[in-house]
Design a protein around this ligand. Sequence first.
Ligand code: FES
Length: 207
Amino acid sequence: MVNLVIDGQRVDAEEGWTILDAARYYGVEIPTLCHMDGLTPYSACRLCVVEVRRGERSRMVASCSCPVEVGMEVVTKSDRVKKARRMIIELMLATTPNSRTLQCLASEHGVTEVRFRGEDRRCILCGLCIRICDQQMRGGAIGFSQRGVDRTVSLPFHKTPEACRQCGACMYVCPVCELPCPGTLQPGELCNNCLNVVEIDAFPSAK
Ligand code: FES
């Protein structure tokens, strides 16, 4: 067992757990985007950032990949953490402005403006699609290509490979290519309408 403190509470975690595992086990909510149980952590979005304090020192870590350690003091909602999460959401919105998930996150976390401008890429490069294709569907049909600002998810040679069974898992797990935000579609604007979103009836004929 690993003894640590999460938000002031002493807790016991299993060896090998991440901070996110321990937090969820004890009902402490930490937002995530690129994490999914059953897939290896990739720590791309950094939304799950928390503060780890040891004495006078503290550091910011991605909770989805940082293992628990004896004596660790984890703070999941400090001002520093909240500020970092707001900045992360803002940066992701700059390149994926019409994602309903991101717009909802912006509302939840008090992001009221996007100060950055970017090309609308409809992708936050979280790698979930690549990991589910490879690790769960055993397809390995997509991957990252290019580097830096040109980095993108693509098919090999831009052709659908035989390994792709068109199962749709990549789209199913994508946190940003689902239904677009029903609010304003102007880049850089936030609709903050998430609390008024009309539920979509996915099975109308079943009634
Ligand atoms: S959920 Fe941890 S970095 Fe994305």
